[in-house]
Design a protein around this ligand. Structure first.
Ligand code: MGD
Ligand code: MGD
Ligand code: SF4
Ligand code: MO
Length: 740
C-alpha cells in the first residue's frame, strides 16, 4: 500500500484554494485545506462550505463516469455507454460531414463562468475555422475590460490598501454572497477602520450594511449616477488638475457632456438622496486615494453597460485615481504565455473571421472590434485575449440554428455551462437545442442541458486534473496547482477531449503537449518557475508597480498610457469611429417623468404590480445552477427566493414564504417571497434554479421550468447595448402577483 500527501486545489469557485489530499493507492481518502500555499488564509477555506464536496464528488453517484450516447429521441433520457474512441470517432465523423456540407462555421460552442480551462476548446474551434464561440463575453466582466482598455490602454484592477485607500466604492457587486475569497473578509475588517465605504446597490445587502453610505440606486440609472458624480466633482473644482492637464485627453468635451447632470435632477432620476450624492462625490474626489470595484449590477444592465463603465473610468481619471497606490493598478501583460496565443485566435481563417455573426450588429464585440482595440491600444505592445471579446451573440447563434440565417449552425459543443438555466430566454435555448443535428456536452453530471445531448462526455474535476487560472489573460497573475490523482473511471480533462478531436481533424502540429499538465508546463516556460515550483506556491503574481505611465522609454520620455494619444482617453476617437459616443452619455434628456416617478400600484383586476426585475443576485452556498443536489445545501436553502421590500410585499398581499408569480414579456416563473430592506420598485429573484431530483428527460428536464429566472429574460439585440451587445439581467420591467 502507498500513502502520500498530495498538494492539489479546490475548483468550486474561481479562487482555486490549495488543498492537500491523502492518497492511498491512487484513491483519495482525505482532503484538508493547505494554508502553506495560496491563499495562505486559513479562514477562507475554513469558512467555505464548498470544499468538503471535493472528496464526496470524486465518487458521487451523480457523476458521469463514461461517455454516453443517446439512444432514444433527443431528451428521452435513454443512453448507452460507449468507449471514448467510439464517441470521438463518431463525433468527428458527424462534425466533418456537417463541415463539408455547410462550412466550419456550422459548428458553434458554448462556455460559461470561469470553471474550466477554455483555451483548448477555442484552439480547436479556431483551427477548425469557426468564429462561433458563445460565452459570457457580453455580460460578465468583459464590458469593463473593453472600456478600461479603450480609456486607459489596458485593463485595471482595484488596489485596496488599508494604509492608503481613503474611500472604497463597491458598485453593483455583493461580495458577501459572491466572493468566497479573502476580499469579503477583508471588507468586513476595513469597515471597522476609518476607510469610507460606499455601496451602490438597489438592495441593502450584507455588503451595503457595512457601508458608511448606501446609495439604493434605481436599476438601470448607474450611468446617470456616475455622470452626476462627475458633474459635482467638476463643478466643485475637486479634480486632480495636474493629472487632468498632463494625462487626460478630451477633458473639455467631458465637461460639456456632464453639464446637464445637475445633482437635484440626478438624485431624482436615480432615486437617491441629493445630499448623499454630494457626499459620495466629495469622498471619492477629495481623499488620499479612492478605489472602486464593480460587478454584475453594472455588467448586466443592458444598454447602459458601455457608457456606465466609461463614466466610471472618467471618474477615476479626473480624480487622479489611476495607477496610484490605494486606488487602482494598471495590470501588466503576463510573463507566461498569452491567452491570445494559447487560444490561437490568429489561426482563425479569413473565411472563419468573415463568418463572425456579430460584425454588422455589434462593431466592438467582434473580430474587427478586437483588431480595432488592438490597434488603438498598441503603444505598449500587448494583446487582449480574443475569445471572450469576440464571442458570438447568443441571439444570432440561436437564429442561425433555428432559421439557418445568415447560414446554418447545426452543431454545438457545450463545455462547463448549463445554458438551459444560465443563458437568456430558456424557451428559445430549448427550441434551438432541439433543432441541432449534433449536441455534445462535456459535464460532471447530468444537467437539463446535457439531457438534450447526443453525447455527454465525462469531464475530470478538481483533484483529478491540474488547474490553472490566469485572470482571463489580462494580468500577470496565475494561480492553480496539480492533480492529486489520475481521473477516476473514464473521465478526461477538457484539454484531452479537444486535443483528441483536434487530432482527428489533422491539427496534430498544434497539439504538441500530450496532456494538460505538459501543456501548462509549456505555458509557464518563460517565467522563472517550473510547473512543479508553481504548484508548490500556488500563485505567480509579481507586483505590477504603480505610475507606470511615468516610466521612461528608450528615448528618455515618459512612456504614457497604451492608448493612441498616450493619455487617458476621456474622449475616444476610436469609439466614435465605431458609431459610439466619444464621451460617456446618459439618457437624462430622454428620460420620461413616468420612468422614474412611477407610483407602485396594483394593476387592473388585481393582476399584479409592475416592478423592476433583477435576475441573478448571487447567493451562497450555490453557484449559478450548481450544487443544488447537495443535500446539506438544499436543507439550508431549500427554495428559490424573490426578494422584495416589506411595503411591496404588503401591497402584493404576501408574507415571507408565500409564492409569487413573476411575468415579463418573455415568460413567467414562480418564487418564494423573502422580504429585505431594498427599493420598493425592485424584485430580485434567484437564478439557476432546478431540481436535480426530478426526471432528467423531457418534459421535466430536471424540473427546470418552474423557477427558472431565465424564462423571464431575453438576449435580443433589440434594446441591447449597441457596441458590445450586452443584454439585461436586471432592471427588467415585470408584473408580480401572489401565486394562486
Ligand atoms: N454564490 C455565488 N457566487 C458567485 C456566483 C454564483 O453564481 N453564486 N457567480 C460568480 C460569477 S459568474 C460572477 S460574474 C460574480 C458576480 O458577482 P457580483 O457582481 O458580486 O454579483 P452579485 O452578488 O449578484 O451582486 C450584484 C449586485 O448588484 C445589484 N444590482 C442589481 N441591479 C443593479 C443596478 O442596476 N445597479 C447597481 N448598482 N446594482 C445592481 C444586486 O442587487 C446585487 O447585490 O459572482 C461569482 N460568485
Ligand atoms: N438571469 C441570469 N443569467 C445569468 C446570470 C445572471 O446573473 N442572471 N449570470 C451570468 C454569468 S455572469 C455567468 S458567468 C453565467 C454562469 O453560467 P454557467 O457557467 O452556465 O453556470 P453554472 O451553473 O455554474 O454551470 C456550470 C456547469 O459546468 C459544469 N462544470 C463545472 N466545471 C467544469 C469543468 O471543469 N469542466 C466541464 N466540462 N464542466 C464543468 C457544472 O457541472 C455545471 O453544470 O450565467 C450567466 N447567466
Ligand atoms: S473559496 Fe472557492 S476554491 Fe476556495 S475552498 Fe471555497 S469553493 Fe473552493
Ligand atoms: Mo459571471
Amino acid at each position: 500500500m502507498t500513502r502520500e500527501e498530495k498538494p492539489t486545489n479546490c475548483h468550486y469557485c474561481g479562487y482555486l484554494c490549495a488543498l492537500v489530499a491523502t492518497v492511498e493507492d491512487g484513491r483519495v481518502i482525505d482532503i484538508q485545506p493547505d494554508t502553506s500555499r495560496y491563499p495562505y488564509d486559513e479562514q477562507v477555506v475554513r469558512q467555505c462550505r464548498r470544499w468538503h464536496m471535493n472528496l464526496q464528488d470524486l465518487d458521487a453517484p451523480e457523476r458521469i463516469n463514461y461517455p454516453i450516447r443517446r439512444v432514444g429521441e433527443r431528451g428521452s433520457g435513454l443512453w448507452e455507454r460507449v468507449s471514448w474512441d467510439e464517441a470521438l470517432d463518431d463525433i468527428s465523423r458527424r462534425l466533418q460531414a456537417l463541415v463539408t456540407e455547410h462550412g466550419a462555421r456550422t459548428v458553434a460552442s458554448a462556455i460559461g463562468g470561469p470553471h474550466a480551462t477554455f483555451w483548448p476548446l477555442h484552439r480547436f474551434m479556431n483551427l477548425l475555422g469557426s468564429p462561433n464561440n458563445m460565452g459570457i463575453g457580453q455580460i460578465c466582466w468583459n464590458p469593463r475590460i473593453w472600456m478600461d482598455a479603450i480609456t486607459f490602454g489596458w485593463s485595471i484592477e482595484a488596489d485596496i490598501d488599508p494604509g492608503r485607500t481613503s474611500t472604497l466604492v463597491v458598485w453593483g457587486t455583493n461580495p458577501a454572497e459572491s466572493d468566497n475569497s479573502a476580499f469579503w473578509r477583508s471588507l468586513v475588517r476595513l469597515a471597522k477602520t476609518d476607510m469610507n465605504i460606499i455601496v451602490i446597490d438597489p438592495r441593502r445587502t450584507q455588503t451595503a450594511a457595512l457601508a458608511d453610505i448606501w446609495l439604493p440606486v434605481r436599476p438601470g440609472t448607474d450611468c446617470e449616477l456616475a455622470l452626476g458624480l462627475l458633474h459635482i466633482i467638476i463643478e466643485k473644482g475637486w479634480i486632480d488638475a495636474g493629472f487632468v492637464e498632463e494625462w487626460c485627453h478630451g477633458y473639455d468635451e467631458l465637461v460639456e457632456a456632464v453639464r446637464p447632470y445637475k445633482p437635484a435632477r440626478v438624485a431624482e432620476v436615480c432615486g437617491v438622496p441629493e445630499a448623499d450624492l454630494l457626499e459620495v462625490a466629495r469622498l471619492f474626489a477629495c481623499g488620499n486615494a479612492s478605489a472602486l470595484v464593480s460587478g454584475r449590477g453594472i455588467d448586466q444592465s443592458g444598454a447602459a453597460v458601455a457608457p456606465t463603465h466609461r463614466a466610471i473610468a472618467c471618474l477615476r481619471a479626473i480624480t487622479g485615481n489611476v495607477d496610484k497606490p490605494g486606488s487602482c493598478v494598471l495590470t501588466q501583460a503576463s510573463d507566461f504565455a498569452w491567452e491570445v496565443d494559447l487560444e490561437m485566435s490568429d489561426a482563425l481563417s479569413t473565411e472563419g473571421r468573415a463568418a463572425c455573426l456579430n460584425t454588422p450588429f455589434t462593431p466592438l464585440q467582434c473580430y474587427a472590434g478586437c483588431d480595432g482595440v488592438a490597434a488603438a491600444t498598441s503603444r505598449l505592445r500587448r494583446r487582449l485575449p480574443i475569445r471572450y471579446l469576440a464571442s458570438a451573440h447568443p441571439s444570432l447563434v440561436w437564429k442561425a440554428v433555428l432559421e439557418g440565417e445568415p447560414y446554418p449552425i447545426r452543431a454545438l459543443i457545450v463545455e462547463a455551462t448549463n445554458p438551459l438555466l444560465t443563458y437568456a430566454d430558456t424557451k428559445l435555448v430549448h427550441r434551438a437545442l432541439h433543432a441541432l443535428d449534433l449536441l455534445v456536452v462535456l459535464e460532471y453530471r447530468m444537467t437539463p442541458t446535457a439531457s438534450l445531448a447526443d453525447y455527454v462526455l465525462p469531464a475530470a474535476g478538481a483533484i483529478e486534473r491540474p488547474v490553472f487560472q490566469a485572470h482571463g489573460g489580462v494580468a500577470n497573475i496565475a494561480y492553480g496547482g496539480d492533480a492529486a490523482v489520475e481521473p477516476y473511471y473514464e473521465r478526461r480533462t477538457d484539454y484531452d477531449v479537444f486535443r483528441e478531436l483536434g487530432l482527428r481533424f489533422g491539427q496534430d502540429e498544434w497539439w504538441p503537449a500530450a496532456s494538460l499538465r505538459e501543456a501548462l508546463a509549456d505555458v509557464l516556460a518563460d517565467i522563472p518557475l517550473s510547473w512543479e515550483d508553481f504548484c508548490m506556491r500556488g500563485i505567480y503574481a509579481p507586483a505590477p508597480g504603480f505610475f507606470k505611465h511615468l516610466m521612461l522609454d528608450d528615448a528618455g520620455s515618459p512612456q504614457g498610457f497604451g492608448t493612441a494619444t498616450g493619455k487617458v482617453e476621456l474622449a475616444s476617437e476610436f469609439l466614435s469611429e465605431l458609431g459610439g459616443e466619444r464621451v460617456p452619455r446618459g439618457r437624462l434628456g430622454a428620460m420620461q417623468e413616468a420612468e422614474h416617478r412611477r407610483d407602485i400600484v396594483m394593476l387592473d383586476n388585481n393582476s399584479g404590480i409592475g416592478l423592476l426585475l433583477d435576475t441573478g443576485a448571487r447567493k451562497q452556498p450555490y453557484n449559478a445552477s450548481m450544487y443544488l443536489d447537495n443535500p446539506e445545501f438544499r436543507a439550508r436553502y431549500p427554495r428559490p427566493l424573490a426578494q422584495v421590500s416589506s411595503s411591496t410585499a404588503a401591497m402584493l398581499g404576501v408574507v415571507d414564504g408565500d409564492e409569487v408569480l413573476v411575468a415579463t414579456r418573455t415568460g413567467s416563473a414562480r418564487f418564494y417571497v423573502q422580504t429585505l430592506v431594498m427599493r420598493d420598485d425592485v424584485i430580485s429573484v434567484d437564478y439557476g434554479w432546478w431540481d436535480p431530483g426530478q426526471p432528467m428527460a423531457e418534459p421535466d428536464l430536471g424540473g427546470m421550468w418552474q423557477h427558472n429566472a431565465n424564462v423571464l429574460t431575453t438576449c435580443s439585440l433589440q434594446g441591447a447595448e449597441p457596441l458590445i451587445g450586452s443584454w439585461s439581467y436586471n432592471g427588467i420591467p415585470c408584473v408580480v402577483r401572489r401565486a394562486d
